[in-house]
Design a protein around this ligand. Structure first.
Ligand SMILES: [Fe+2]
Length: 424
């Protein structure tokens, strides 16, 4: 087990650094808004995780590589100690980027050495923490991209993170028309099963009652969202939740995040630069409130997370790996490939109508790592699937992502559902 994990560790650490290859030094250090963190902080924090939960826990009288890092790079673990405030991470001018890389490589060296000497119960214990740390770093790989995108979007020069892959520039013919896929009422099993890795919030596996519903076989597109806008979607309070309406007004929303209007023509900012809106690609960077308002406008609703999971498991469509050399860092239009349900994974995270709450029988782990998921089960909504920024191997049908309902800087879109009783 440790041999495989050791390889996965090295691959994951290298991939974080691959993501940072196109960056200028400023990109590592500037923080654009309170929810985002500088890239340098992500690189150091994921390293802090391995130092704190693997190295320090496997050695008595462990001496930290730099005692200041214990609070500077602690995100939210109260059991570990003080944390430097998230909203002020962009004020940290030290350690430098080079020092953060030194820290990473020193932890890598010590950790791989530490793994070589482990056996028995200790190897098993460390193996579980190491696996969690690998998946934690993968989550931060997506955050590196989403936080960088927000930072770049503040710059009217529209910086390009990486150019579009060549096939992305060719027009894609024959876009798929949406169709409804029907599912009967019944009791279904929800939650992770088997020995492969999952987060604690995906368990325990349990029964859920679903009422008959229909779900669209693809994501809502940019073109469809523009129809909603043309029909006054952002000006009609009857379409919005009360909190959504006040949030929209306070934050001045009139289109998805990163959409730019110029003389009546809309473009959008992407990690491949500013580009024309493509009506056939999935709409992205919308909040729960916008997804919910659109669904109400269209006479449908968002799926529950149980409906989404049941559909994904029934479809037997597994997430596909993204070859990093040809990575598209923006959702792509769907080519019609028949009747199968599409775009479950790898384009945008999909808002569900489900609040993020514990499954029946859920218990957070004891100790600091129990703070990983459970304490955030309040005032957030679940998103399912995965996005173009999600690293390979990080998605699965039972995965529960979660964000507050006004969050827009993640790659978030949605698909529609309706009750069968509502179908005329
Ligand atoms: Fe983290």
């Amino acid at each position: 087990m440790l041999e495989n994990l050791s390889r996965a560790y090295s691959t994951t650490r290298r991939f974080s650094e691959f993501l940072c290859e196109p960056l200028e030094i400023e990109d590592y250090v500037i923080q654009s808004m309170p929810d985002a963190s500088p890239t340098r902080w992500h690189l150091a924090h994921t390293t802090w995780f391995f130092e704190t939960f693997v190295l320090a826990s496997s050695e008595t009288n462990y001496r930290p590589i730099n005692p200041h890092f214990q609070s500077l790079f602690n995100s939210y673990y109260n059991s570990v100690g003080e944390q430097f405030p998230r909203s002020r991470r962009g004020l940290l001018t030290r350690p430098t980027v080079a020092e953060v890389y030194e820290y990473r490589h020193e932890v890598d060296r010590r950790l791989l050495h530490c793994l070589e000497g482990l056996s028995g119960d200790e190897a098993e214990r460390i193996g579980h923490v190491l696996e969690l740390g690998i998946h934690h770093e993968q989550q931060h790989q997506e955050l590196i991209l989403t936080d960088l995108k927000y930072l770049y979007s503040c710059n009217p020069l529209w910086p390009v993170y990486r150019p579009s892959p060549p096939e992305d520039r060719r027009p894609r013919a024959n876009p798929k028309q949406a169709a409804w896929s029907a599912h009967r009422s019944g009791i279904v099993e929800i939650g992770h099963r088997g020995e492969a890795f999952c987060y604690d919030n995906e368990q325990p596996r349990h029964n859920a009652l679903l009422h008959a519903f229909e779900i669209q076989d693809r994501l809502v597109t940019v073109g469809e969202f523009m129809e909603f806008m043309r029909d006054g979607g952002y000006r009609r309070p009857d379409l919005w939740l009360s909190l959504g309406w006040s949030t929209k007004n306070e934050q001045g929303w009139s289109a998805p995040l990163y959409w730019v209007e110029n003389d009546g023509l809309w473009s959008q900012f992407t990690l491949h630069g500013l580009r024309e809106l493509n009506p056939h690609e999935p709409v992205c960077h919308v909040s729960y409130f916008e997804a919910d308002a659109f669904a109400r406008w269209s006479g449908s609703r968002l799926p529950t997370e149980q409906e989404w999971e049941h559909v994904a498991v029934s479809a037997q469509r597994e997430p596909q790996p993204h070859p990093k050399e040809t990575a598209h860092f923006h959702p792509r239009p769907l080519i019609d490939d028949g009747d199968r349900i599409a775009q479950l994974f790898g384009e945008v995270w999909q808002w569900t109508s489900s609040p993020y709450t514990p499954y029946p029988g859920y218990r957070a782990a004891m100790g600091a790592l129990g703070e990983y998921n459970g304490k955030f089960m309040c005032n957030q909504y679940v998103l399912r699937g995965s996005s173009r920024a999600t690293p390979s191997g990080h998605a699965r049908p039972t995965y529960r992502n979660f964000f507050p309902p006004d969050a827009r800087w993640q790659f978030s879109g949605f698909r529609l559902t309706r009750d069968v009783s509502a179908v005329s």
